[in-house]
Design a protein around this ligand. Structure first.
Ligand SMILES: Nc1nc2c(ncn2[C@@H]2O[C@H](COP(=O)(O)OP(=O)(O)OP(=O)(O)O)[C@@H](O)[C@H]2O)c(=O)[nH]1
Ligand SMILES: [Mg+2]
Length: 172
């Protein structure tokens, strides 16, 4: 019997890597994982689960990226424990993208349940994007951890999930 579950959401702009992130986290559990993955844009939602120590199951959901599916974001947010906002650095306005998702999920964000994860690094020097994102968070009076990762990389995603779990544990 499952004693406890932790539900985390991956969100972000279309094509930022939500499906990939969920799949990579699911792949951490290898044969134990149940994942769904689509090669095209996501219409419903992505899902993967990862068994953690102590009979805890980590349930990971990817939101559909397009705004017309905002009602699904709301449904998922209602039962989520944590949120990972994927910010695609190659888009023209990553700072505005981050701000939009911080606002869309403001309840989880203000509860300290969110992490911003910058993906698709455009260059080796990320100083400009980091300071842009940090300045905007300061202006919004938010302290949300910022982390860089490649959603295709298992070690990176392990680091991201671990950071969010630490943050959730520190809150309770
Ligand atoms: N360079 C790089 N490419 C990535 C990364 N994550 C995903 N990709 C690639 O980006 C493309 C889109 O990834 P998806 O996971 O389908 O993105 P999505 O956010 O689920 O897209 P929608 O469902 O359309 O919103 C794929 O070709 C991935 O291989 C990353 O961290 N870095
Ligand atoms: Mg997708």
């Amino acid at each position: 019997m499952v004693a406890r579950e932790i539900r985390i959401l991956f969100t972000g702009t279309p094509g930022c890597g939500k499906t990939t992130a969920v799949h990579t986290v699911g792949a951490l559990a290898c044969q134990h994982a149940r994942t769904t993955r689509r090669r095209t844009t996501t219409i419903g939602q992505d899902y993967a689960e990862l068994p953690l120590a102590g009979d805890i199951v980590l349930r990971c959901y990817g939101t559909p990226g397009q705004r017309r599916f905002a009602f699904i974001w709301e449904l998922l947010a209602r039962t989520a424990d944590g949120l990972i906002i994927l910010v695609d650095e190659t888009r023209p306005t990553p700072v505005a993208d981050m701000e939009m998702y911080l606002e869309n999920f403001h309840e989880l964000v203000s509860a300290g349940a969110a992490l911003v994860c910058v993906v698709k690094a455009a260059s080796l020097d990320n100083t400009a994007v980091i300071s842009g994102l940090e300045e905007r968070m300061q202006a919004m009076d938010l302290k949300v951890p910022l982390i860089f990762a490649d959603t295709r990389d298992r070690q990176d995603m392990l680091r991201v999930v671990d950071k969010l779990l630490q943050q959730l544990a520190a809150r309770s």
